[in-house]
Design a protein around this ligand. Structure first.
Ligand code: GLN
Length: 571
């Protein structure tokens, strides 16, 4: 079928699945839900939607570690194949599915579910189908294909793509279509992945709830009244909603791991420099990392080995060989591995009992797998959040100074303020109109902390504390191979809950920012559900460049547990 055809129609099952193209709009429809994608690729969302999608608790409780039955609610194969990269690769290799079919399923899932969850900011239907057709053609001709050939992948909307806008969910970059691809995008294209679209996020990746987006909040597929986490909330929700099997996010202080935890998926923040930041719109350059998100550690490994590696145009990218991460996960014997637990962290105020329980149960799983649990100390952990919230805003205020309406970004056409003169007035209005309030707050904090009178007291001091934090990790990794703890202090909270209280929002990062400050890799894996059936993740951290160790332990955990196989209940 030609992707440019006026009307696309495919029938499966009940035959009611249709893709229509008419009047410049593409409409997918199936059953009661429908979504509309405008010519610029944006989805038109239902307004004010809110209903609970939480999974049935009785079913959830029947799925405990190692004893999951095959209850249809969760264990049945998905309606589509969209929940496993490796299953898609196998189906494509064996001829059980075509890349076009998989891509159409993904587009259809987006059209069905996105009006309710608002995870996707741009859908690249035409180019995705063209890539899929190309993969199918080359496979039929017996040509060689890349490692992710035909796999739909969604991209956080702060990673530069030449064929899609890159807006950072900000009015400031609303119309920005980059003139170049980020390194990770080039690598995904080289691997023949199907880039399906861009995902919603907190504006300029500042936030933990996905509520600061200019497109409006993303809703958690497990319960539409809850946040999906942030700032890569769209990248997590698109997977949890069954739209794509994998996505890319970015993590400056927890933005891959925390939404992964809230959406019941697996998310990995690589070592600083392991994945190139070339083409990643900068938030805080010494902390930012791009990383993969998917249901399982196995799929995360497949993505990581595709996107990792040296990039000469990024002076912070590491020139060390990329291991075959997917090979690292082939054993589940953890004998000889020491896993450190920070007991103080488990006693912390604000840590929800359900999260503490999940960490404790995870300790038991790792023990059963042969690992030894040891106590470790990270004496400066109480300074993680304050240190992060000095360094990150300082770097952000510097990075975001380029958006002034002249060099980059939205240019105001407001009247000139006589007191400011034409240039200053244009800068002032452009920044006033282009940035949202959280971004402005960070710029002000950073500018203040970097100003001559306060530089030593705040920024310089924070750099010294950062050094101590790194030292703590060095010492802890003398005693343990991996560290285990919570990913987030609670499960997903209600939309609007913390929006007016930045300090409460910042405290969501309690357990994640340490890894960014130290530059080490960390992964969040699904490890439980709370009393309302919302997912809970636990976090593993490893020394720099030991992603294989993280993935190995995560996959071992997933070989003994079913939490990564749970799916949101049906509406
Ligand atoms: N929640 C943190 C913040 O708001 C982390 C964001 C991120 O990792 N991009 O800064």
């Amino acid at each position: 079928m030609n992707h440019g055809a006026k009307t696309l129609e495919r029938c499966e099952g009940d035959g009611s699945s249709k893709i229509h193209r008419s009047g410049g709009h593409v409409r997918w429809s199936k059953g009661v839900d429908s979504g509309q994608i405008s010519p610029d690729g944006r989805i038109e969302s239902d307004v004010g939607y809110s209903d609970g999608l939480s999974a049935d608790l009785a079913d959830i409780r029947s799925i405990s570690r190692g004893t999951a039955d095959t209850d249809d609610t969760f264990a049945s194969p998905p309606l589509s194949m969209l929940d496993s990269v490796s299953a898609i690769l196998n189906a494509l290799a064996s001829g059980d599915a075509s890349a076009r079919q998989i891509t159409e399923q993904s587009l259809e899932a987006i059209a069905q579910t996105d009006p309710k969850i608002n995870a996707v900011t741009h859908v690249a239907a035409e180019t995705a189908l063209a890539t899929a057709d190309d993969v199918d053609r080359r496979r039929a001709a017996g040509q060689s294909l890349g490692a992710l050939a035909g796999v739909p992948i969604a991209i956080k909307d702060l990673i530069c793509t030449t064929d899609m806008p890159t807006t950072c969910a900000s009015r400031m970059l609303r119309d920005f279509v980059p003139p170049y691809d980020a390194t990770v995008i080039r690598k995904l294209r080289d691997a023949d992945a199907v880039l399906i679209g861009k995902t919603n996020m907190d504006e300029f990746a500042m936030g933990a709830s996905n509520e600061t987006s200019v497109y409006g909040p993303t809703r958690n597929p497990w319960n539409h009244d809850r946040i999906p986490g942030g700032s890569s909330g769209g990248s997590a929700a698109t997977i949890a909603a069954g739209q794509v099997p994998a996505s890319l996010g970015s993590d400056t202080g927890g933005s891959i791991r925390q939404p992964a935890s809230h959406c019941g998926i697996t998310g990995l923040k690589p070592t600083y420099g392991r994945v190139s930041r070339y083409g990643l719109v900068a938030f805080a350059s010494s902390l930012d990392q791009i990383g993969p998100m998917a249901w399982s550690a196995e799929d995360v490994a497949l993505l990581l080995e595709t996107i990792a590696g040296y990039e000469p145009r990024d002076s912070t990218s590491l020139d060390t060989p990329v291991p075959e991460y997917s090979k690292a996960i082939q054993s589940s014997d953890l004998r000889g591995i020491k896993i450190g637990v920070l007991r103080d962290g488990l006693e912390q105020d604000g840590l929800d009992e359900s999260v503490r329980k999940s960490v404790t149960e995870a300790m038991q799983v790792f023990t059963d797998l042969g690992a030894e649990i040891v106590d470790v100390q990270l004496p400066h952990s109480q300074y993680w959040v304050p240190t992060y919230y000095v360094i990150a805003p300082c770097e952000a205020s510097s990075n975001l100074s380029r958006y002034d309406g002249a060099h980059y970004g939205h240019r105001s056409d407001a009247d000139i303020d006589p007191a400011d003169g034409p240039l200053l007035s244009m800068y002032r209005h452009s920044r006033q109109e282009g940035f949202g309030s959280e971004v402005k707050r960070r710029i002000m904090i950073g500018t203040y902390a970097l100003s001559t009178g306060y530089y030593d007291a705040y920024y310089n001091k924070a750099l010294k504390v950062r050094r101590l934090i790194r030292g703590d990790y060095d010492a802890a990794f003398q005693q343990a191979d991996l560290l285990l703890g919570p990913t987030a202090p609670t499960s997903a909270f209600a939309l609007g809950d913390k929006l007016d209280d930045p300090i409460q929002m910042y405290l969501c990062d309690l357990y994640t920012v340490g890894a960014n400050l130290a530059g080490i890799p960390a992964i969040s894996i699904p490890a439980g559900l709370d009393d309302s059936g919302l997912p809970i993740g636990v976090q593993l951290q490893a020394p720099a460049l030991e992603e294989s160790r993280l993935l190995f332990a995560a996959a071992a955990f997933q070989s003994q547990t079913q939490f990564h196989q749970l799916r949101p209940g049906k509406p």
